[in-house]
Design a protein around this ligand. Structure first.
Ligand code: EPZ
Length: 421
């Protein structure tokens, strides 16, 4: 399995070009199925999850072509409406293809993605959305099938699920009549998906609020789209500098969607500011961190609250803070697995239910640790950069799912880090 070796305890310094957004691009690639031409994306992150999504699109008939970070998807021929089980098991967000297939062909089949190390992660709200749009939904031995001529309807989500909101949008844009989604997710990834769909000819209003209205249209058209910077990858590197100390410039960090993250890290003592460009544009973020982080009380929640995806990197930061911090995880029921790995490095973290109490330590020590999930692995990189001695992180395959090359990026900050197996 792939391992990363890090020698820490030295301040970071340098510049990173932030990769394209994993959670932004995945629903956009699924949206390609809703038109019969060729979609063209730029700034696409070269990561395992994108490769998996491209594989799924090709398995249903699309022809995809990568040129560097440019990806074209010819969806003129869609010949299948079932998503292979192995792809669903590999990547949960493959379920997003269901909504697009249902919208385009009137039928779609997939499998229950199953849980992972951060929680059970059911898809009941996705299936609720399909039913509310008139599809018949059958579940049998782990297999899900949805079919029917969709029509507009009212969808009410009891929780602002990101994926279920995306699937509802993908299914509704071609459904005759009006659809209203109540309790919609407000994440930036919803906003960029709606921007893309509108560029394709969809009629949508209200994205970024909890009420989104869609008027079904008869056809959608090919377009080009530049994938925005990944706010979670950018937040990961801001957390790494806050933990290890030093300074960094993150070109392409989506400043406007990182408010809760930058505000929290500033409370920890980091000095973070936007990189101004011409005409009032913001080109990224700059961070300076000296001394140990200050402790904070923090909880995760749906956007615009603090993102659950940066909860584990924050555990790493607060493990070094000057005092006691408390962190409550309100989105996933099992997302503290990385605490046990941080404790191997000397962190003092007590987890009880969905709350962690962290007694900050002056320093952490290098150790052999394991990445249990994507963001947990990234948190271990941040902790190792601040720790004395060498850390070896095992099972880094998880990290490769969402970060183009975390070693390359940290080396840009002059961190002593390399892939080792
Ligand atoms: C998306 O996952 C992201 N993934 C996750 O990022 C992110 O953590 C999550 O949103 C929350 O922001 C992608 O965008 C590909 P949810 P998603 O549906 O859509 C429950 C990463 O590290 N729920 O908003 O699966 C669910 O169990 C990944 O990049 C239901 O109960 O998240 C969870 O407790 C990890 N029924 C909560 O809602 C459903 O039908 C939030 O899940 C769907 C979700």
């Amino acid at each position: 399995m792939s391992e990363i070796r890090i020698c820490g305890y030295r301040p970071l310094s340098g510049e990173i070009n932030v990769q394209g957004s994993k959670n932004g691009v995945l629903p956009m690639l699924a949206a390609s199925l809703l038109q019969c031409g060729t979609m063209r994306f730029t700034n696409v992150p070269i990561i395992q999850d994108v490769a998996c999504m491209v594989g799924i699109l090709e398995s249903v008939g699309c022809r995809c072509r990568f040129q560097g970070s440019r990806l074209s998807i010819d969806a003129s021929r869609v010949i299948k409406t079932a998503i292979p089980q192995e792809d669903v098991k590999k990547m949960r967000s493959s379920i997003l293809v269901m909504g697009a297939l249902l919208g385009r062909t009137g039928e779609a089949a997939a499998w229950y993605p199953g849980g992972c190390s951060i929680g059970s992660r059911p898809v009941d709200l996705h299936l609720l959305a399909f039913s509310r749009l008139g599809a018949g939904v059958e579940e049998e031995e782990g297999r899900i099938r949805a079919r029917g001529r969709l029509r507009g309807g009212e969808i009410v989500f009891p929780f602002p699920s990101v994926g279920a909101t995306e699937n509802a949008l993908l299914a509704a844009v071609l459904a005759p009549g009006e659809t209203v989604i109540f309790g919609a997710a407000r994440e930036p990834e919803i906003i960029t998906l709606c921007q893309l769909l509108r560029q394709m000819g969809a009629v949508i209003a209200g994205e970024g609020t909890e009420r989104i209205q869609i008027k079904g249209v008869s056809r959608l058209y090919e377009t080009e789209y530049a994938v925005p910077g990944d706010r979670i990858a950018a937040g990961t590197y801001l957390a790494a500098v806050t933990a290890a100390g030093g300074q960094a410039v993150l070109w392409g960090a989506p400043w406007e969607s990182m408010g809760a993250v930058t505000e929290t890290l500033c409370r920890c003592g980091a000095c973070i500011e936007p990189l101004p460009g011409e005409g009032g544009r913001i080109l990224g973020a700059r961070i300076l961190m000296e001394g140990r982080p200050r402790p904070v009380r923090l909880q995760t929640g749906p956007y615009p609250e603090f993102p659950t995806d940066l909860q584990s990197p924050m555990l790493a930061v607060l493990s070094l803070a000057e005092g006691e911090s408390r962190l409550r995880e309100n989105v996933f029921e099992a997302r503290f697995k990385t605490a046990a790995e941080l404790k191997k490095m000397g962190a003092d973290i007590t987890v009880s239910g969905n709350q962690a109490v962290i007694q900050g330590k002056e320093g952490l020590s290098g150790a052999r640790v394991r990445a249990w999930d994507l963001r947990g692995g990234a948190a271990l990189v941040a902790a190792a950069l601040a720790a004395r001695g060498e850390t070896v992180i095992e099972d880094c395959i998880h990290i490769e799912r969402g970060y183009e090359d975390i070693c390359r990026d940290v080396q840009c900050l002059h961190g002593d880090i390399r892939w080792s197996a």
